[in-house]
Design a protein around this ligand. Structure first.
Ligand code: NAD
Length: 499
């Protein structure tokens, strides 16, 4: 059952932030939506209104894109020398850490996630992302090439080299599950490479992006280089179809990802997508069972299962299936369900009524199809649902095939390596995969055969600024983080000089 906990005293600075009228950031100015319209963002644990935020739409996106275009084309931003850019990114990282408590509390309030996770993971990882990309500007390199130039006279000489240059104006559309972190994953590499940005945060969780906007201004990001427009899907659609946007980067549902691809066709803007998943987490008979149980639980319950890389298809070797499930059920049953500000809470509320309806719909569909809830299976009060593991599933069930985005997993027995690899790969997605074994050869063999952008062995959710992240199949296009994001936000030019 859920518990209620009195809200901790908010810091004066956070109170001040929440009390002020929220504005969107365009060309260094905090402004209202052109229409004057607003929407309210809520604490999902209590339903309390947190703030009223401008409802940006196409005209605001247009203003923001014009500002980003002006900053890219007519200022020296794209040509800043590396050390200056590195200092700026480093400063942003430090300023995020200096407001870490406020960011964590705001994220927990707006999204519902546990305050401790917001502090230890979301905020630290966001600062780390800016720190990591602060190191990149001085390491971006081209190559010196040796062309044959067949039409040139024999004694002609050439010097050819390549340069990595920014893509231009980048539209960035982010989801509500890791709001600050997704903003950091998008903005940091874009700034490291000299692009300009229009960011559209998710309507459910706009607040930490706006606080980040204040930090960016304070750090000295030039006017127009980062613009932040809060709003609904219509604002995202306007951004993805805008003819003056050179690239769009999106994280969210596969359905909207496909719409963004279609909308981008008008000016053939570059597109990178980080979409859904239905990731397998495989427990072999030789696994350390205790750590596998813990890892499987963390795999599908982190952020109350609202994580694209969640390990929700759990495959367990038949020889340990009953024993594993018994331990799993016991530990899942003991997970505390409660608000994010209760340090005991592991399962916190889902982000919204829509998400609750969606997850409860899957719980009902699973039961109706004949699956058995080994543990959980019901909604709790408010936006809370019980952490749930289904057994007795068949592959055609929606709870086995589709992304649920709640704390819900299926546990499926298997008998052999080839069989489980084939089952794990039978998915339209391919974002992540986990495997639990103490056999090093098996770990390498299976890791190389799983169709997933990230494979984790004896661990899960092992995300890091240095490691590329993204998906096979319909889990997306391109990879974020690591050196791959530098490639995502640059394009290569070859230069040839007759000497
Ligand atoms: P969504 O894909 O609709 O929203 C993500 C972002 O896209 C938001 O900023 C939203 O305003 C924007 N958007 C919506 N319609 C758009 C359009 N036509 N063009 C451009 N941008 C648009 O996600 P959701 O509805 O909030 O969640 C639905 C499901 O998506 C979830 O249940 C989950 O399965 C999945 N999801 C995945 C991720 C992920 O990290 N991969 C994150 C959130 C949700």
């Amino acid at each position: 059952m859920t518990t209620t906990v009195e809200s901790p005293a908010r810091s004066p600075r956070l109170q001040e932030f929440l009390a002020q009228p929220q504005k969107i950031l365009i060309d260094g100015q905090w402004t209202d939506a052109g229409s004057g319209e607003t929407f309210t963002t809520y604490d999902p644990a209590t339903g309390e209104a947190l703030a009223t935020v401008p409802r940006g739409a196409a005209e605001d996106i247009d203003r923001a894109v014009s500002a980003a275009r002006r900053a890219f084309d007519t200022t020296d931003w794209a040509r800043w020398r590396p050390a200056r850019r590195e200092n700026l990114l480093w400063k942003i990282s430090e300023l995020i850490l200096s407001r870490a408590d406020d960011f964590a509390e705001l994220e927990s309030l707006d999204n519902g996630k546990p305050l401790g996770i917001a502090a230890a993971f979301d905020v630290r990882s966001s600062a780390d992302c800016f720190r990591y990309y602060a190191g990149w500007p001085s390491k971006i390199q081209g190559s010196v090439n040796n062309p044959s130039m067949l039409l040139a006279p024999e004694d002609a000489e050439f010097h050819s080299f390549t340069r990595r240059e920014p893509v231009g104006v980048c539209g960035q559309i982010i989801p509500w599950n890791f709001p600050l972190l997704m903003a950091a994953w998008k903005i940091a590499p874009a700034l490291a490479t000299g692009n300009t940005v229009v960011l559209k945060p998710a309507e459910q969780t706009p607040l930490t992006a706006l606080l980040l906007g204040q930090i960016l201004v304070e750090a000295g990001v030039p006017d127009g280089v980062v613009n932040i427009v809060t709003g609904h899907g219509e604002a995202g659609a306007a951004l993805s179809e805008h003819s003056d946007v050179d690239k769009v980067a999106f994280t969210g549902s596969t359905e909207v990802g496909k719409r963004i691809v279609a909308a981008s066709a008008g000016n053939l803007k570059k597109v990178s997508l980080e979409l859904g998943g239905k990731s397998p987490n495989i427990v072999f008979a030789d696994a350390d069972i205790d750590s596998a149980v813990g890892g499987v639980i963390q795999g599908f319950t982190l952020n109350s299962g609202q994580a694209c890389e969640a390990g929700t298809r759990v495959y367990v070797h038949e020889s340990i299936y009953d024993k594993f499930n018994a331990a799993l059920a016991e530990q899942v049953k003991a997970l505390a369900v409660g608000p994010g500000n209760d340090p005991e809470s592991v399962i916190t509320p889902l982000v919204s009524q829509e998400q609750l309806d969606r997850v409860v719909g899957y719980l009902e569909a699973g039961k109706q199809a004949g699956a058995v809830a080994l543990v959980g299976g019901n909604r709790d009060t408010g936006y809370f649902v019980e952490p749930t593991v289904f057994t007795g599933t068949s592959e055609d069930m929606s709870i086995v095939q589709e992304e649920i985005f709640g704390p819900v997993a299926v546990s499926i027995p298997f008998s052999g390596d080839d069989e489980v690899i084939a089952a794990a790969n039978r998915s339209e997605y391919g974002l992540a995969a986990g495997l639990w074994t103490q056999d090093l050869s098996r770990a390498h063999r299976v890791a190389s055969r799983l169709n997933a952008g990230s494979v984790w062995v004896n661990t899960y959710h092992a995300l890091d600024s240095a490691l590329p992240f993204g998906g096979f199949h319909q889990s997306g296009w391109g990879r974020e983080l690591g050196p791959e994001s530098i490639e995502l936000y640059t394009q290569v030019k070859s230069v040839t000089i007759a000497i």
